[in-house]
Design a protein around this ligand. Structure first.
Ligand code: ARG
Length: 240
């Protein structure tokens, strides 16, 4: 084993994978974010959970999910402060985040969507300027709402965001299309009026310089892409 060829540099880079807790892959996740990570019958389940469990199985270790704010995850703070080895949070790979953490190869394509109440009159992102639009804090949905001049209302997690829409606190919400499907199933009155083609790609992330773990993660992802098990997870959790 241990095929790392990198020279020094990263503090945890190259060589053997070192985990914060030996024998356990500790994972930061912002829960609930259905269908990626959420609690059902007291258990943490979802797309990311199955994905990370498969990677851990390849490594011969257990997993432990640590519920972490998305702000803490996407800012790199959770990884930098060694709260976890891996971030798995339906997180979009972008330049800003790449400067504070290292991303795996992408595991899923995603877009944004605008979901509104039936009587909002909002027909697309072109109509959100000056409107109260809910977003999950520090997400790509928030950036999109800002860009379109909405009066942005931040929620701590995606369940609270949908609740805000249901109670009329906001007239619409912007979030990933991958999570809007389940939200509509639960709340059939809501209307998905526009899919915003952002071409986002989701990735897992490690602390900057943790090359040994990143290579392990990418190896597992490559295998799962090849043998069809990643596609199976997509079908299972996203119905695609
Ligand atoms: N994909 C979006 C982003 O990266 C939202 C992710 C939110 N994830 C979560 N577990 N709450 O900004």
């Amino acid at each position: 084993g241990g095929g790392g060829e990198e020279e020094g540099g990263g503090e945890a880079g190259g060589g053997e994978v070192q985990l914060i807790n030996e024998g356990t892959l500790t994972v930061c996740s912002d829960i609930p974010y259905r269908p990626f990570e959420y609690t059902e019958d007291g258990e943490t389940v979802g797309f990311d959970v199955d994905l990370v469990n498969a990677i851990a199985e390849d490594m011969g270790v257990e997993t432990e999910f640590i519920r972490t704010s998305f702000e803490g995850i996407q800012s790199g703070v959770a990884l930098d402060s060694d709260q976890c080895d891996l971030a798995a949070s339906g997180m979009t790979i972008n330049e800003e985040r790449e400067s504070v953490m290292d991303f795996s190869e992408p595991y899923l394509d995603d877009n944004l969507a605008l979901l509104v109440t039936p009587d909002s009159g909002i027909q697309g992102v072109g109509d959100v300027a000056g409107k109260r639009i809910g977003v999950q804090q520090a997400t790509t949905g928030e950036a999109q709402a800002q860009e379109n001049g909405a009066e942005v209302v931040q929620y701590e997690d995606s369940a609270l965001m949908i609740q805000g829409l249901n109670t009329g606190d906001v007239e619409g919400v912007i979030g990933n299309i991958s999570v809007m499907g389940p939200a509509i199933t639960d709340n059939p009155d809501l209307r998905l009026v526009e899919e915003i083609e952002t071409g986002e790609q989701l990735g897992l992330a490690v602390k900057t310089g943790n090359t040994a773990l990143l290579e392990q993660v990418d190896r597992s992802l490559a295998t799962m892409k090849e043998d069809g098990s990643l596609a199976e997870l997509e079908a299972k959790w996203l119905g695609t």
